[in-house]
Write a protein that binds this ligand. Structure first.
Ligand code: SF4
Length: 284
């Protein structure tokens, strides 16, 4: 049994929530048992250019999530855990190989943190069966840094959110009061193990992209996040996303109950420019 399996056992402490449940019997705060639950897998063309490329990214959406974001745009999958299929490790490996046969540029593991002990076994099997394309870990960054170090041989590219720099906001919007400390440690571990983003023929081959979704009325949070990235990660590649819309419970919130406006959009663009950050900006 490996280091990651030991963290699950019958007292799960795999992720920073450390809820300590026996996932062989009940669901944890991530809303899942100790078995792989997949919402969908397909070719996806809407990621950043070096991820989607021309052929698309081979996305695998895992059900459940260890955060409880009130605005989650995938909430039927992440929060309500609907439309899921339970698969074995070997079947997950076969999904990866099918996506490779469909010419996906990479395997994009979306919200993998609570299944990572099973995912590494699937990657081993898939590689034995001929998987060659890069593996992308697409995460909220609410991951233990020890887990990130343990993933070093399995993951090629991190597509990692940095959502908040303020614990009050993370508690209110995602249900955890220690997001910033946990996520920044995890992101530093990703950068230490994989380094800055490396492209081959315009496609991500190795490294780190940090994503930040701008939320309406919370520009101070965005500015703190971007400053932290500039000051702590040399040559960081950022992906700043402006396509926020209120979903799930967000319509009831006084600030994030609307899309961002033009003034907010241009203010953030100016700030990115002032900091001299490199990366991608998705439009409003
Ligand atoms: S992975 Fe799930 S069960 Fe395990 S500690 Fe995290 S939230 Fe709890």
């Amino acid at each position: 049994m490996g280091q990651l399996d030991n963290l699950v056992g019958n007292n799960c402490k795999l992720c920073p929530r450390e809820c300590g449940v026996d996932r062989n019997k009940i669901r944890g705060l991530c809303k899942t048992f100790n078995r792989l639950e997949i919402a969908s897998y397909n070719i996806h063309c809407g990621e950043e250019p070096p991820i989607s490329g021309r052929n698309g990214s081979g996305t695998i959406f895992f059900a459940g999530c260890n955060l409880g974001c009130i605005y989650c745009q995938n909430y039927p999958i992440s929060q309500l855990v609907k439309a899921k299929k339970t698969v074995s490790v070997s079947e997950l490996a076969d999904m990866m190989l099918k996506l490779q046969r469909r010419d996906a540029h990479n395997i994009n593991l979306v919200t993998p943190s609570h299944f990572v002990h099973l995912i590494v076994d699937a990657i081993k099997i898939a590689r034995d069966r001929g998987l060659k394309i890069p593996i992308i870990y697409n995460t909220s960054s609410y991951d233990k840094d020890d887990v990130i170090y343990a993933l070093s041989d399995f993951i090629d590219v991190y597509l990692a959110d940095l959502k908040y720099a303020d614990d009050k906001i993370s508690k209110e919007l995602s249900g955890v009061s220690n997001y910033f400390g946990i996520a920044t440690k995890a992101i530093l571990a990703m950068h230490r193990t994989k380094g800055a983003l490396i492209l081959k023929d315009g496609l991500a081959e190795r490294g780190l992209i940090v994503r930040h979704l701008v939320l309406s009325g919370l520009l101070e949070n965005t500015e703190k996040v971007l400053c932290w990235l500039k000051n702590n990660i040399p040559n960081v590649t950022v992906s700043v996303m402006f396509q926020y819309f209120p979903a799930y419970k967000a319509l009831r919130h006084p600030s994030i109950n609307r899309k961002i406006n033009a003034e907010e959009y241009f203010t953030v663009l100016e700030f990115i420019d002032k900091l001299g950050l490199d990366g991608f900006v998705q439009e409003i």
